[in-house]
Design a protein around this ligand. Structure first.
Ligand code: BGC
Length: 741
């Protein structure tokens, strides 16, 4: 600390300002300027490099000399290094061994938890519970900051409509409105109210932009979409993250209209800085500057570095292109020193805001690390959000909930006793042996009273059917079967696209064999994307979608299976019947020849239906809900006026339950065509059996706006339909008319 004080003294001493004046330097911008004024070009460029430590590999290249780089003042931030002690040592190198002693920022992919792992983000999105989602991010921040971290590369706010794309798991699904709300909730959860607090992380909205539109769902593939689609579909969650105060943005790997996002001045300058007024810093994705060479956009790394920095990139993740080339680019006049100063100013400002200049070690506190990670409260919250994320897809004959007093239960399937898969991909520092498997969760709940027969049946992948027999025997001996099938945790996330999205290996055959026993079978799905499982949907009596539910996944799923929690999740993404339907999403256009089964010349297939297996917004409960009496306070309204829509919701079943009431609109005629339905509002309502409630929505004028033919965001006069119900096929409808002034 003493040495550190010396550094700070040098810092300010060089400025030749009396300490009093420094104390009076109140604004962060003034403090930033005071540091910038001391920096050489080399030191400034140093701040613009982000390198990985050798703790984790999240991309193709590793730089081995990151410690030497820190000591040489050539690094502004480090990622993939964590724990209070280790990061303290790296911080010490930066603060004590470099001339200016500028502290490092430590980043990490804290995507759905640091040690306490909550469900994968797509799973959390299925809760539609913004408060729970925010809380999950809050837990992640508490734990990560206790382990020396300042910065998470989350939330991923990419809208995804192609379930083949493995990264669909990391986002909030297919809808921009739900995506906006969840993006904001996650940013608030990570960043809290006060970014200078030691238990809040700066967040990073990624991947800017339209990464989710990769052609054919193949990761890193080309994106070619219209400006309208960009603005209507892909940008809103980024804007919402920005409005929620996000400090950083990460560029995406893809190109957009021929220009890689990492050098896309339209995105990084015109939209992000000029239109939206973003004042944090922009980091690239992992070596995405270098990748502009194979993209065919730059002849070499030097040109790529120039293109990226001039387009508005402030920090190069792992590519070392700024490290190697920025100085020469400045010397040759290809990059201005002002641009460098601007980028470094943005980075330093965040370091000040984090409080790192006041105490660079404030996040490295071994006490907090020992006491604030995986606490009882955090684990209980993780279990709660995991329960809220489950989606009941089918429950024929009320197979669920299962009785706790049955004689024998068979627990079958390759995922039934897996701890590892529960954590999903991007599991931070989560440890599989801390996760509670479904089998253990069921045993914990049922105790000795129920005989439990476990049989794996098959592996997740491969052709081996030798375990089927034992699994069938177990099923035959049991009163009911819980059959856990799905994907391995490595089958979604980055570089994990799948062409066929059914159950891998022989799992569907295993399900067929077990269903053939005639026992009540509950299929528990664990997966990071929508699955095409038409046979199971048709033939299994009960299906519970649990995603990858995290550290407390087993107990959470057991709570739902045995009725201690009534499931309330709703799909944040459409489940197709078949891969050949992809892309399939609820907000489709009508076309000029909407599907008519009796007319050949309409928009359909000869061999598969148009309809999904399960629509967006869908999810059952152990009780039932009925909608009636949908009303609007005025059937004609003017631009700028709000509308109040109300509906009567009744719990018509026998249990207390929670429904997510969803409101969709359709704009019948526009200067550009509009989707058949667009989600515009939702509300979660808990009702006791037999209870009803009027649920109302206040629709702001914004609700009816879209990008018109001239790309102006406005509402056009004309007719709208408003639908309210429990999923995107909601039947209750009222018509309203927006009239000219
Ligand atoms: C991913 C990012 C991630 C980064 C750092 C990249 O490969 O695309 O989402 O934040 O690695 O691990």
């Amino acid at each position: 600390m003493k040495k550190h004080m010396n550094r700070m003294a040098i810092l300010y001493g060089l400025l030749a300002l009396p300490m009093v004046a420094i104390a009076q330097q109140k604004t962060v911008d003034q403090r930033v300027d005071s540091v910038l004024a001391l920096m050489t070009l080399d030191e400034m460029i140093g701040q613009m490099n982000l390198f990985t430590s050798d703790w984790a590999v999240t991309g193709p290249t590793l730089r081995e000399n990151y410690k030497a780089d820190i000591q040489a003042g050539k690094v502004g931030a480090i990622f993939n290094a964590h724990t209070a002690e280790y990061n303290r040592e790296l911080q010490r190198m930066a603060v004590e061994e470099t001339r200016l002693g500028i502290p490092l920022i430590f980043g990490y992919d804290v995507i759905h938890g640091y040690k306490t792992i909550t469900p994968v983000p797509l799973g959390e999105a299925a809760s539609w519970d913004l408060e729970a989602i925010e809380r999950a991010a809050r837990i992640a921040a508490e734990e990560a900051t206790a382990a020396g971290l300042h910065w998470t590369f989350a939330p991923m706010v990419d809208i995804a409509r192609d379930p083949r794309w493995g990264r669909i798991m990391e986002g909030a699904g297919e809808d921009p409105y739900l995506g906006e709300l969840i993006a904001a909730a996650r940013v608030k959860g990570f960043q809290g109210d006060d970014i200078a607090a030691v238990n809040t992380l700066i967040a990073c909205a990624k991947h800017f932009a339209a990464y989710g539109a990769a052609q054919a769902g193949r990761d890193y593939h080309t994106v070619d979409i219209s400006e309208r689609t960009l603005r209507e579909l892909y940008l809103p969650p980024f804007k919402a993250a920005l409005d929620a105060g996000v400090y950083t943005f990460m560029t995406s790997f893809n190109e957009l209209d021929g220009v890689p996002a990492t050098a896309n001045a339209h995105l990084l300058r015109e939209i992000l800085r000029e239109e939206w007024g973003f004042d944090g810093f922009v980091v690239t994705d992992y070596t995405s500057i270098n990748e502009m060479v194979p993209h065919g956009y730059a002849a070499d790394d030097q040109q790529a570095a120039m293109q990226a920095v001039n387009a508005g990139v402030d920090m190069d993740m792992q590519g070392a292109t700024f490290y190697d080339h920025l100085k020469a680019l400045v010397a040759d006049g290809n990059v201005s020193e002002d641009r460098i100063r601007e980028a470094v100013g943005d980075i330093l400002r965040v370091k000040f805001q984090l409080g790192l200049f006041d105490d660079p070690y404030r996040y490295s506190n071994t006490d907090r690390e020992q006491n604030n990670i995986m606490t009882e409260r955090q684990l209980a919250d993780a279990q709660d959000i995991a329960r809220k994320s489950t989606v009941l897809l089918k429950n024929e004959g009320q197979v669920l909930p299962l009785a706790k007093d049955m004689g024998t239960l068979a627990v079958i399937g390759p995922l039934a006793d897996s701890q590892d898969d529960l954590l999903g991909a991007w599991r931070g520092a989560g440890e599989a042996d801390q996760a509670v498997s479904l089998l253990s969760g069921i045993k914990e709940k049922l105790g000795e009273g129920v005989r439990i027969l476990y049989a794996k049946g098959a592996e997740i992948e491969g052709e081996d059917r030798s375990g089927f027999k034992a699994a069938e025997l177990a099923a035959m001996e049991a009163d009911a079967v819980v059959l856990a099938v799905g994907e391995g945790s490595w089958m979604s996330g980055e570089a994990a696209s799948r062409g066929m999205i059914g159950l891998p290996g022989v799992q569907t055959d295993l399900v067929k064999a077990i269903v053939a026993t005639g026992k009540p079978v509950v299929v528990v799905l664990m997966n990071g994307r929508p699955l095409a499982i038409p046979w199971i949907a048709e033939n299994a009596p009960a299906i519970l979608e649990t995603w990858f539910a995290g550290t407390r996944g087993g107990p959470a799923i057991a709570d739902v299976l045995f009725g201690d929690y009534n499931p309330s999740g709703k799909l944040p993404v459409t489940f197709p019947r078949h891969e050949a339907q992809i892309p399939i999403f609820y907000a489709a256009k009508n076309t000029g020849r909407p599907m008519d089964p009796n007319n050949k010349y309409t928009s359909k297939y000869l061999d598969i239906p148009n309809t999904p297996l399960y629509p967006f917004g869908y999810g059952l409960s152990y009780t039932t809900f009925a909608y009636s009496n949908l009303k609007v306070d005025q059937s004609e309204f003017r631009a700028g006026e709000s509308l109040t829509v109300s509906v009567q919701l009744a719990n018509t079943g026998k249990r207390t339950g929670k429904e997510t009431v969803q409101l969709y609109i359709r704009d019948l005629v526009g200067s550009t065509t509009r989707p058949l339905r667009e989600l515009k509002a939702f509300r979660q309502v808990a009702l006791d059996a037999g209870e009803s409630q009027t649920v109302s929505f206040e629709l702001e004028p914004e609700t009816f706006k879209f990008f018109d033919a001239k790309m102006e965001f406005r509402a056009e006069p004309g007719d709208f339909e408003i639908y309210v119900g429990g999923d995107s096929n909601a039947k209750e409808m009222v018509k309203v008319k927006l009239v000219e002034r």
